[in-house]
Design a protein around this ligand. Structure first.
Ligand code: NAD
Ligand code: ZN
Length: 361
């Protein structure tokens, strides 16, 4: 097992990365001296596979767990579902000392974290992320929240878990497309922060694609370390945390303008990162060799690196770019790479140049 500390003063916690951790859930919660009554919030897919093991482990350590299952998918990140969860917690008489276990991907983590942050003005929660994206990204850093009709993640709270258990065995049942999509965030950490990690990914990609546990343990732990390091320096996103958005300016615009669901998040940010690497070459002098290595790694991982857009679709994409949170004073800003492992944020880029790197019509 690898242990990654997240240092946030009194809100510090550990991320544990390894095999067989789900069966340790009860023991981990007992070590944290959490209250007896608790609720496991999960979605229908994950619940089918892992709820029984989670409940069994909690019960074996003397806890009284209730199970709250929400429908799988992004549509569960909304207020109606938050309210349903709150009602179920109240029905099970969860109190101040009770706690919540978020068992699932980023959707469950964001939802259950927000439910925990708001029920009785906040009760403890534990993350058991079961997607690659959730293990390396959404379960680290304390962002919780739900969507509004007006947009994604518009309501939420910064609320840190008490422990995060990344059980690598749970990734075995993840659909291939979801798993590969998570690799896009993994590669991102190499580009923005760690040239050594990037080179390891180039070397070990076949093992990673096989979901080999020793390789996953090292890679997931390193990604968590990087995110923890960034978040530790900038918990509430006033500066450095922006680097985590490498590839996300264009990535989010692709998700928005193509209708959610066409591209998975990782697929959209793979295209976004390759475009950002090209912009980086033009603007910051990212060596052409580095830009080529970035593109090659995404291709080898099985991720898309280009998007073919007609005139109307391109206009939609630019409209989405201008609406994005990353627009300041009317200009579109990017995180750009100086070299693999080093980026700068808040770089303004003209629409003309973006158009050029997206390729000919
Ligand atoms: N809080 C943050 O900092 C942060 C960061 C990035 C993304 N997010 C959020 O994360 C969400 C996306 O998360 P996601 O990609 O994990 O999606 P997800 O939670 O919807 O999971 C993807 C699919 O895989 C299924 N699944 C999950 N684990 C499984 C397993 N082990 N075996 C089989 N099936 C499994 C789920 O039921 C779902 O159908 C978005 O809502 C996004 O906004 C949050
Ligand atoms: Zn992302």
């Amino acid at each position: 097992m690898r242990i990654v500390p997240v240092s946030l003063g009194s809100r510090s916690y550990l991320i544990k990365v390894g095999s067989g951790l789900l069966s340790q859930l009860g023991r981990e919660c007992a070590a944290l001296k959490l209250g007896q009554r608790c609720a496991v919030i999960t979605d229908a897919n994950v619940g089918k596979k892992f709820a029984r093991a989670a409940l069994k482990s909690l019960a074996a350590s003397g806890f009284e767990p209730a199970l709250v299952t929400v429908p799988a998918g992004e549509k569960s990140k909304r207020f109606a579902v938050v309210e349903k969860c709150h009602d179920e917690l109240a029905a099970h008489r969860l109190e101040r000392k009770s706690f919540i276990v978020a068992l699932g991907g980023g959707v469950v983590g964001d939802l259950a974290g927000f439910v925990a942050a708001t029920y009785l003005r906040g009760i403890p929660f534990v993350q058991v992320p079961t997607t690659l994206l959730a293990q390396v990204d959404s379960s680290v850093g304390g962002k919780t929240g739900v969507n509004l009709r007006a947009g994604k993640n518009l309501v939420g709270a910064f609320y840190q878990p008490r422990v995060v258990l990344c059980d690598l065995d749970t990734l075995k049942t993840l659909p291939k497309r979801e798993y590969i999509s998570g690799l896009a965030e993994v590669i991102k950490y190499g580009v923005i922060y760690d040239a050594v990690l990037f080179a390891q990914l180039e070397r070990n990609l076949p093992k990673l694609l096989q979901r080999e546990v020793p390789t996953l343990r090292a890679v997931v732990a390193r990604c968590c370390e990087i995110k923890a390091d960034v978040v530790g320096q900038d918990e509430t996103e006033s500066g450095l945390r922006a680097i985590l958005n490498f590839g996300h300016t264009i990535g989010h615009a692709i998700e928005n303008s193509s209708g959610y669901g066409k591209f998975l998040h990782g697929e959209a940010i793979a295209i976004g990162q390759v475009a950002a690497a090209k912009l980086s070459h033009q603007i910051l002098g990212l060596p052409a060799g580095d830009a080529a290595r970035i593109e090659k790694l995404f291709v080898q991982a099985g991720l898309p690196v280009k998007i073919k857009l007609g005139v109307a679709q391109r206009q939609k994409l630019f409209a989405a770019l201008r609406l994005d949170k990353k627009v300041s004073g009317g200009e579109i800003t990017f995180v750009l790479a100086k070299k693999i492992g080093k980026v700068a944020w808040g770089r303004k880029v003209s629409a003309d140049l973006i158009n050029r790197v997206l390729g000919p019509l």
